[in-house]
Design a protein. Structure first.
Length: 118
């Protein structure tokens, strides 16, 4: 069974930092890009960041560029999101995503809550 398990969410003050991690299991994620989306109450799910299998290519949503950094470990199964200069508007449930570049396969984690207080 393929699983993506997020960790690292929590409560932080504005201006602070937090690191999220997502560990994939149940298959190899070779040829999969991995990334993060977020959804705040009453809003649509929003793209945050993504990284390809090799780690050479990354992409970020406009609202987090320059503040968030995505990385992937050498196994390719774990992706991390370093978040700094956090703002109250970053408050959301953050979801890990893995998407194949060769098929329609796509997986989601269960989500982890990030709350930024002002």
């Amino acid at each position: 069974q393929v699983q993506l398990v997020e960790s690292g969410g929590g409560l932080v003050q504005a201006g602070g930092s937090l690191t999220l991690s997502c560990k994939g299991s149940g298959r190899t994620f070779e040829s999969y890009s991995m990334g993060w989306f977020r959804q705040a109450p009453g809003k649509e799910r929003e793209f945050v960041a993504a990284i390809n299998w090799s780690g050479e290519n990354t992409g970020y949503g406009d609202s987090v560029k320059g503040r968030f950094t995505i990385s992937r470990d050498s196994t390719g199964n774990t992706v991390s999101l370093q978040m700094s200069s956090l703002k109250p508007e970053d408050t959301a449930v953050y979801y890990c995503n893995a998407k194949s570049s060769r098929s329609a396969d796509e997986y989601w984690g269960q989500g982890t809550q990030v709350t930024v207080s002002s």
